[in-house]
Design a protein around this ligand. Structure first.
Ligand code: 9WN
Length: 439
């Protein structure tokens, strides 16, 4: 099927709307994901935002990444949230007084300021830095952008490859459901069932001030998220000391690490680094990804639970994101494309990619990462399809993305069967990635 044609007028309206969202959500040195729900700086959001922002202002896009990397910890981790001290404590939960990074994380090099969370998110940053550089190489050189960010990005990847190789197989592990950026994915149901939830009265969910309860994770999920975060904090955020009762290898996280290692190779060529070493690392990661996470029977990558060394049963969009890796065997690419076109991930009505198997037992079209279609994963899959020359399919996803992003008011996510908006509106990465696809 060919993608439906979009008109120049529709593109112009979308471009203006997307630009407006990014201008409105800019707070001086970074962009909030949403003015209401997420009033601080988020790690992978900032990377996606920079990828769109580069088309409006390369300088701003550089600052977006620099401000995030400015909050990097001594052990190399890039925190998943960098808190804005001007925002009232109760505006988002968990807040700085929960994470206590500057004190609890001091042993592993958390900065004295700003306050941050103690966990991480997927490493889209080197890819973003390279794309930002390419948007305006002269401005990038003038500001010394690449030489400034390169050592930080290298340290960030080293953290993931060393401290987070909890399975010993060469992949980076996640230790909290907030880390893969897909908080309540059914992939985490079984591993989370082992976690005793924190007492309901011990914290207050600020997200429900803005988000509809049916669109957000449940209280039971939150109790478990809180328990895992408190225990990590109480172990000083030290990966050598923490028990990590929740530890998994996630395919999306590792696919992004591969794409970012390849971007680091490009950056290394500009700054006199060792490009070959980054390419070799990407090849090694690709092998490990296929060896450890490819499920040939299911036709997609799966998360591996390191507690029982087994695949989790749920099939999620994270298992399709490895299309981004250029070094995948062709047979794997063919299978991934078939899965993408099959009944589990192709919603005929909208051509959007759901976050979880449409035919799966946990499918819920409105609840967050349990079914809704998200724009960042669509952008990654679109890019992955192009990486492997599957342009017709990529065109279809691009068209569905652009139509739905505009019609939904740049929603955080949408019902994959109807395209109806869910979650926050004027959501930054939806606007940023729309802008990127328009360029
Ligand atoms: C927890 C900011 C973030 C995204 C995540 C998304 C959501 C936070 C939340 O919002 O997570 O980090 O409060 O639910 O799941 O991918 O980075 O947009």
């Amino acid at each position: 099927l060919d993608a439906p044609a979009r008109t120049a007028a529709a593109d112009l309206t979308l471009r203006r709307g997307a630009g407006r969202v990014l201008l409105d959500n800019w707070v001086g040195t970074s962009t909030v994901p949403s003015r209401t729900l997420y009033p601080h700086q988020w790690s992978w959001d900032s990377a996606f935002i920079a990828i769109g922002l580069r088309h409006l202002s390369a300088r701003r896009a550089q600052r977006e990444l620099e401000s995030l990397l400015g909050a990097q910890w001594g052990d190399g981790r890039v925190p998943h949230i960098v808190f804005n001290s001007a925002v009232p404590n109760g505006a988002y939960f968990p807040s700085p007084d929960f994470w206590r990074s500057s004190t609890a994380g001091a042993g592993v090099g958390a900065p004295v300021s700003p306050e941050t969370s103690g966990i991480v998110q997927p490493p889209v940053h080197a890819l973003a830095a390279w794309l930002v550089h390419r948007a305006d190489p002269a401005e990038s050189r003038r500001r010394g952008f690449l030489p400034r960010v390169y050592p930080r990005l290298v340290a960030w990847h080293r953290y993931l490859l060393d401290r987070r190789d909890l399975g010993g197989g060469g992949l980076a592990a996640i230790v909290h459901p907030w880390e893969p950026g897909m908080d309540n994915s059914p992939c985490w149901d079984a591993p989370l069932a082992r976690v005793t939830p924190a007492a309901p009265g011990s914290y207050r969910r600020a997200d429900l001030d803005h988000g509809h309860p049916a669109d957000r994770p449940t209280d039971l999920d939150y109790g478990r998220y809180v328990r895992l975060a408190v225990d990590y904090r109480d172990a000083g955020y030290d990966d050598r000391a923490a028990a990590h009762p929740f530890r998994l290898e996630d395919p999306c996280m590792n696919a992004l690490l591969i794409a970012s290692e390849l971007a680091l190779a490009e950056i290394a060529r500009c700054v006199g680094g060792d490009a070959d070493a980054h390419e070799a690392q990407a090849a090694k990661l690709t092998d490990a990804l296929v060896t450890r996470l490819w499920d040939d029977e299911a036709g997609l990558f799966r998360a591996r639970d390191l507690v029982d060394d087994a695949f989790v049963p749920a099939r999620s969009v994270a298992g399709l994101v490895p299309l981004l890796a250029p070094g995948l065997p062709e047979t794997v690419v063919d299978r991934l494309v078939s899965t993408l076109e099959g009944p589990a991930f192709h919603a005929d009505s909208t051509a959007l990619v759901p976050s979880y198997d449409l035919t799966g037992p946990a499918f819920d079209p409105t609840r967050y990462w349990r079914g809704p279609a998200w724009f960042n994963t669509a952008w990654l899959i679109e890019r992955g399809l192009r990486t492997h020359g599957r342009h017709v399919h990529a065109d279809r996803i691009r068209a569905a993305f652009l139509d739905t992003a505009g019609a939904s008011g740049f929603a955080e996510y949408v019902d994959p069967t109807t395209g109806a908006a869910r979650g926050a509106r004027s959501f930054s990465w939806t606007a940023a990635l729309a802008l990127d696809l328009l360029n």
